[in-house]
Design a protein around this ligand. Sequence first.
Ligand code: PRP
Ligand code: MG
Length: 168
Amino acid sequence: MSPTSEKAFPVSWDQFHRDARALAWRLHGAGPFEAIVCITRGGLVPAAVVARELEIRLIETVCIASYHDYQNQGELIVLKEIDPKIRALGDGSGAGVLVVDDLVDTGKTARMVRQMLPKAHFATVYAKPQGRPVVDTFVTEVSQDTWIYFPWDMGLTFQPPIRNGASG
Ligand SMILES: O=P(O)(O)OC[C@H]1O[C@H](OP(=O)(O)OP(=O)(O)O)[C@H](O)[C@@H]1O
Ligand SMILES: [Mg+2]
């Protein structure tokens, strides 16, 4: 998306916890799952909430980075692959594995992990239209030109009064 046409969707810790728990409710009927693979770093937080709610204790990471420069996506870099023992689940197809990420945007990250675990169940808290077809379960859809601001990326700042020209 273009940084200039951005709509902002700020998410507080409370709201994120509620949304991640809502994701767990939706996933409850889709399991059972033997293991979670979370896509770091963004997937770590919802994976912790979902693992707690669904009582899943086998947690693996796949470490992928692509937004190296704020809102601009670059080349996808896999910093750490999925452990072969987890990849072997479901006869090597990923059946019974739950993949968790914070959001799907263009869908490139999720598509790359799908190649690793074709039959895994993909879940994200938020989804944008381009990436939506790649996920099996999500909670809230936002438009493609919206940037989601996660609580771990934000801090409290002074807000000028509306009358002094603050923009909505
Ligand atoms: O659908 P896509 O367009 O591929 O984008 C979604 C991915 O981008 C972000 O990760 P990022 O690469 O910024 O790394 P991070 O999780 O470590 O912040 C986000 O956490 C998703 O994993
Ligand atoms: Mg990520």
